[in-house]
Design a protein around this ligand. Structure first.
Ligand code: NAD
Length: 322
C-alpha cells in the first residue's frame, strides 16, 4: 500500500476540491472518472479551483498583521496563521503550486485508479443507487487495507456499509464547500466502523488542513447539515410559495444577522443539482401542491436552463456580470 496515495471517486464540485486539498498537502492524488466526457467536465474544475486556492493564498500576504486577517485567511491552506509572514507565505505558495501541478492525476480505469491506495474518498452525486452501484464495482478492486470514506451530505454510512466489502474500514468524512477556506471535516462512523480506522481518518483530515469534527453516532445531515438543510429549505419554501424573491430573502438574512451571504447565494455555491437531489428525496416532493413539489419544479426549470449556480456562471444570481 502507498500511504501517500489518495483516490477520489467523482470529479464534481466537492470531489475536485477535496482532491486538490490532498494534492496541495503532498498526497499523490488520482481522480477516478467514469468517462471521457466526465474528464471534459472535471479538468476545467481542477484548473478553476487550483487557481482560486492559489489566488486566496497569494492574497493572504496582505492580511498578515491586520486585525481582520485571522478571520478571513484561507484556513485550510495555512496551518499556522500566527506564525505566517510574507516570506513564509511566499514559500508556501511555491510549494503548494508545485504540489497542485505535480500530484493530480485522472484515471478512467477502475483497477488502475485504486491500486495500492491508502484512502479512497467517494464524492459522487447524492444518489443512493449510483453510490451502491459504484461501491459494488470497486469492492473487489480495492487493496485489503484501503480505507473507504464517503463525502455524502445526507446519507448514512450504515446504508452502504454492506456493499463496500469492508464495513469496518468504511465511514463518512464530510467536507464543506470551498473547503480550502471552510475547513470542516465531519467524521462519522457507523456501528461497525473500527475505532482505529476512525482515528486514522481523523488524523488524515488534519493532515490536509481540515479541522476534524468528531460525531459520536450517526446523524442524518451530520452537525452542519442538521442546521443548514432546514435553513435552505425554509428559504426555498418562501420563494416557491411566492412570499418573496430570492434577493429579498437573502437581504433580510444578511441585514438581520450580519451574515456575509444569504440562503440563495449559499445555494448557488452548493450547486442547484445537489439542492434538487436533496429535494427529490423528500416524499412530499412527489406530491403535487406541496411546497417541496413546487421547490422541485422551480429548481428543475433552472437546472434545465443551465442555471446551476456559481460554477455555471448563473444560478439565482448572474456571475458573468462584472
Ligand atoms: N456541493 C456541496 O456543497 C457538497 C458539500 C459537501 C458534500 N457534498 C457531497 O459530495 C458528493 C458530491 O457532490 P457534488 O456537489 O460534488 O456533486 P456534483 O454533481 O458536482 O458531482 C457529482 C460527480 O459524480 C459523478 N457521478 C455521478 N454518477 C456517477 C456514476 N454512476 N459513476 C461515476 N461517477 C458518477 C459525476 O460525473 C460528477 O463528477 C455528494 O454526496 C454530496 O452530497 C456536496
Amino acid at each position: 500500500m502507498n500511504n501517500k496515495k489518495v483516490v477520489v471517486l467523482g470529479g464534481g464540485v466537492l470531489g475536485t476540491q477535496i482532491g486538490l486539498m490532498c494534492a496541495y498537502y503532498g498526497y499523490d492524488t488520482t481522480f477516478w472518472l467514469r468517462s471521457e466526457s466526465s474528464v471534459g467536465r472535471t479538468q476545467p474544475k481542477i484548473e478553476r479551483y487550483s487557481a482560486l486556492m492559489l489566488e486566496d493564498l497569494a492574497q493572504a500576504k496582505a492580511l498578515v498583521g491586520t486585525p481582520m486577517g485571522a478571520f478571513v485567511y484561507p484556513r485550510g491552506l495555512i496551518k499556522d496563521w500566527k506564525a505566517a509572514t510574507a516570506e513564509s507565505l511566499d514559500e508556501l505558495y511555491a510549494a503548494g503550486k508545485k504540489n497542485l501541478e505535480e500530484n493530480v492525476h485522472i484515471e478512467l480505469d477502475k483497477a488502475a485508479a485504486v491500486k495500492d491506495a491508502y484512502l479512497v474518498i467517494e464524492s459522487m452525486s447524492e444518489d443512493p443507487k449510483a453510490k451502491i452501484d459504484v461501491y459494488t464495482q470497486f469492492k473487489d478492486l480495492l487493496d485489503e487495507d484501503t480505507i473507504l470514506v464517503t463525502n455524502s451530505s445526507t446519507l448514512l454510512p450504515s446504508m452502504f456499509a454492506e456493499y463496500t466489502g469492508r464495513p469496518e474500514k468504511y465511514l463518512s468524512l464530510h467536507f464543506a464547500n470551498t473547503i480550502w477556506k471552510n475547513n470542516t471535516a465531519e467524521v462519522m462512523g457507523h456501528p461497525t466502523t473500527s475505532p482505529e480506522i476512525y482515528n486514522e481518518v481523523v488524523k488524515f483530515a488534519a493532515s490536509i488542513g481540515m479541522v476534524p469534527l468528531q460525531l459520536h453516532k450517526e446523524q442524518p445531515g451530520y452537525i452542519l447539515n442538521s442546521m443548514l438543510v432546514p435553513f435552505l429549505s425554509a428559504a426555498q419554501g418562501l420563494w416557491a410559495n411566492g412570499v418573496a424573491d430570492p434577493e429579498t430573502i437573502d437581504l433580510t438574512w444578511q441585514l438581520a444577522t450580519s451574515a456575509p451571504a444569504g440562503p440563495f447565494k449559499i445555494l448557488d455555491i452548493v450547486g442547484l443539482e445537489t439542492a434538487y437531489n436533496i429535494n427529490q428525496m423528500k416524499p412530499a416532493s412527489q406530491q403535487e401542491g406541496t411546497t417541496e413539489y413546487k421547490i422541485g419544479k422551480l429548481l428543475k426549470e433552472k437546472i434545465d436552463k443551465g442555471e446551476t449556480g456559481v460554477n455555471a456562471g448563473k444560478g439565482f444570481y448572474d456571475y458573468t456580470k462584472k
